[in-house]
Design a protein around this ligand. Structure first.
Ligand code: ADP
Ligand code: MG
Length: 271
């Protein structure tokens, strides 16, 4: 019932490895993705970059089961994700943080975290009604976990605050906390720092790094801020017009002439 710990064994490593192979998506006449192949190893942070309209969000939608690819496969470890429902894919360890935070505005910070905990623990509703002692223990454990995560995301001082009245940056951190509590092994982060101030960006960057080192999470990060990609990512994959045009270390990729050409007029290095 504790947070997923990184034990580093081979089975665990296999489970956290994302492998996308030959993925293609057609939206009517628009070919949003074409023969996209990439992987995220256990405990790796991979940046997914590319100009607007390149297909980054479409790729995340395919991985999380929202969009059904026309061709290709997605595997998490030895489990085939293609064809499964988004909620089933979450149960397999996929955590996604959206551009706009998906939190329950009517609930407090603590309750948002508890709901996420319960989604993972899912003890039976019947047992809860009868009030079995085991349920009581599960409740206590969930609360302890939720509090630990609240401290980790820096919201321990706002447990009773209604989420709807939280500043935007705090909602984003809360969403990340919820995903951790749901037992994610692979995180998909779609422009996580958009709308955050400098202090919040720093906090989020450190949190992402600690999720990798302390919990062994694998992370696929869509990000326009190249400074952050350099700082956080082991590797970067560049999409342009639906195709992978470069892959390698952030430094190598960001100096690749094809990448610079794709980005011409798109990116401000200091953004
Ligand atoms: P990015 O996230 O890299 O900016 P997207 O994945 O959002 O790119 O979009 C890739 C391409 O697919 C764009 O040309 C976009 O207009 C198109 N597209 C995305 N979603 C849909 C959809 N649901 N229906 C039709 N076209 C779409
Ligand atoms: Mg996008």
């Amino acid at each position: 019932m504790s947070l997923p710990a990184f034990d580093g064994d081979a089975q665990d490593a296999a489970r956290t490895t994302l492998v996308v192979q030959g993925l293609g998506v057609d939206f009517g006449g628009v070919r949003a993705l074409q023969n996209v192949t990439l992987s995220v190893g256990a405990g790796q942070i991979v940046g997914l970059i590319g100009p607007n309209g390149a297909g980054k969000s479409t790729l995340l939608n395919c991985i999380s089961g929202i969009t059904r690819p026309t061709t290709g496969t997605v595997r998490l470890g030895d489990v085939e994700l293609s064809g499964r429902r988004p909620d089933q894919i979450v149960d397999m360890g996929l955590g996604r943080v959206f551009q706009h935070p998906q939190v329950i505005a009517e609930l407090s910070v603590l309750d948002n975290l508890l709901v996420a905990c319960h989604r993972r623990l899912r003890y039976s509703v019947l047992a809860e009604m009868i009030g079995l002692p085991g349920v009581r223990r599960a409740e206590d454990a969930a609360r302890a976990e939720a509090l630990a995560v609240a401290r980790r995301i820096g919201l321990a001082g706002s447990l009773d605050v209604l989420t709807g009245s939280l500043p935007y940056g705090h909602r984003k951190l809360l969403e990340l906390g919820r995903v951790i509590l749901m037992g994610a092994r692979l995180l998909l982060l779609d422009e996580p720092i958009a709308g955050l101030n400098e202090g919040e960006i720093e906090h989020l960057a450190n949190l992402v790094l600690s999720l990798r080192t302390e919990s062994g999470l694998s992370i696929l990060l869509v990000e326009h801020n190249m400074g952050l990609v350099r700082r956080l990512c082991d590797r970067a994959v560049v999409l342009d017009a639906g195709q992978v045009i470069a892959e390698g270390t952030p430094d190598a990729v960001l100096n690749d002439p094809r990448v610079l050409l794709a980005y011409l007029g798109e990116v401000d290095e200091d953004a």
